[in-house]
Design a protein around this ligand. Structure first.
Ligand code: 13P
Ligand code: SF4
Length: 402
């Protein structure tokens, strides 16, 4: 097909898609790249002063220390999406986190507000494991072998806006690591009488015959189902690389959970051997894990929860405790610094920063903030109107449930 035969709006659509796939972050002006930390800090402090209420800076707990010091609000994914939704005065929401978080903020804020991601390369490798075309195909394939009216799609907030839109259009909801159990209970149609976990909840859920199709993190889903009292045989794994996900009709008929085969490259590094090694070295040790870790690790941990939950558990730990944590290392190191009365270490001895969270640094933040003082907006994250509606429905459903 000659170039002239391609309609201009289609070309623009493809260009947008390709740019998003490549996440093109423009090279910073060399003055930012060459500046020392003190100069960059002064630029950011000055810009925050100048912008006042016009700007709000959000920081996820996995951000570097030098970045998070500028956050007006720090939090886990749930806390930050709630906070973003409340910031009606701020014209600019600078999200120091990753792309799916900035997309969620754009969906939940009003049309006047601009959400900004300081480095467009800050994606999430787990979110990338479920692309919308593969998810649409999976839905079609499974509809050949099961009644999809009984299937409720749930997506972890670590997913693209397109997946959230898909889930919203199919009457599902978003969840985060701190509310996955409540959202699953809602999806399975559990009522208060059955309690939050246990054999009665499982029996009632099975009687209703509903299934949850969970994207993209298999581990959060497995750990949540396990906590509710389901057994591994209640799960089937959908592998997008295989025909019909590799799922057989018989196995699907008995399953309550269909799990997308995705994982977090940071949390999959934690092992039971690391926990054993840690416990052997310390008496009265406490092990804390994020629910993106494998079920073997989660079963061994003393406390399991979101980044906010881990922070709270550390704050409540008795003085002198030895705490081994299975989560991203910036958060673990910050906790160790903040609690000199505790012995805190990351369970992975080689340490594991989240490579994409790590991309947000002082030069990028200074570049964004200084330009905002001149009303120049770089790196605005704009979710397409076409997918905003369903995505908003799915996010708001979550906020209603919890
Ligand atoms: P939290 O919601 O627990 O902060 O987790 C987000 C995340 O990406 C963990 O890898
Ligand atoms: Fe994504 Fe894992 Fe990084 Fe969280 S830690 S943002 S799930 S890659």
């Amino acid at each position: 097909m000659g170039d002239q035969a391609v309609p201009a709006d289609y070309k623009r659509f493809i260009e947008k898609k390709v740019n998003k796939m490549l996440r093109l972050q423009q090279r910073l002006d060399s003055s930012y790249e060459k500046a020392d930390d003190q100069t960059l800090i002064e630029i950011i402090v000055q810009a925050k002063k100048t912008l006042g209420e016009k700007v709000v800076v959000l920081g996820h707990h996995y951000q570097r220390d030098e970045v998070i010091q500028f956050a007006d609000k720090t939090g886990d994914s749930l806390a930050l999406s709630r906070y973003a939704a409340e910031q009606e005065k701020a014209l600019y929401v600078v999200f120091c986190g990753v792309e799916f978080m900035a997309e969620a903020a754009d969906i939940l804020t009003n049309d006047r507000q601009k959400v900004i991601l300081p480095d467009l390369g800050a994606g999430c490798s787990m979110a990338d494991m479920a692309d919308i075309d593969s998810v649409e195909l999976a839905w079609k394939e499974l509809s050949q072998i099961t009644d999809m009216d009984a299937v409720i799609p749930i997506t972890y907030i670590n997913s693209s806006a397109a997946i959230k839109n898909f889930v919203g259009r199919h009457n599902g909801a978003v969840c985060t690591s701190s509310n996955a159990a409540s959202v699953m209970r809602w999806a399975l149609g559990a009522d208060d009488k059955t309690g939050s976990a246990g054999p009665e909840l499982v029996r009632e859920a099975k009687k209703r015959g509903r299934k949850v199709f969970f994207f993209p993190d298999q581990h959060l889903a497995i750990n949540t189902a396990w906590k509710m009292g389901f057994s591994p045989s209640d799960n089937v794994l959908y592998d997008p690389e295989t025909d019909c996900g590799g799922i057989e009709r018989g196995a699907l008929a008995d399953a309550s959970f269909i799990l997308w085969k995705g994982h977090c490259s940071v949390h999959q590094r934690f092992t039971v051997a690391q926990i054993e090694y840690f416990r052997n070295r310390h008496e009265n040790s406490v092990v804390m894990a994020h629910p993106e870790c494998s079920n073997e690790v989660v079963k061994e941990a003393d406390t399991v929860g979101s980044t906010d939950a881990i922070i709270k558990a550390v704050a409540n730990a008795p003085r002198g405790s030895h705490i081994g944590i299975a989560t991203e290392v910036h958060l673990v190191n910050r906790l160790a610094k903040a609690h000199p009365d505790l012995h805190i270490e990351c369970l992975d001895p080689i340490l594991c920063p989240c490579a994409t969270m790590n991309r947000i640094d002082l030069p990028h933040l200074a570049w964004i903030m200084e330009n905002l003082t001149a009303d120049k907006v770089h790196n605005q994250i704009v979710v397409d109107e076409i997918i905003k509606e369903g995505a908003k429905t799915a996010l708001e459903k979550m906020l209603q449930i919890v």
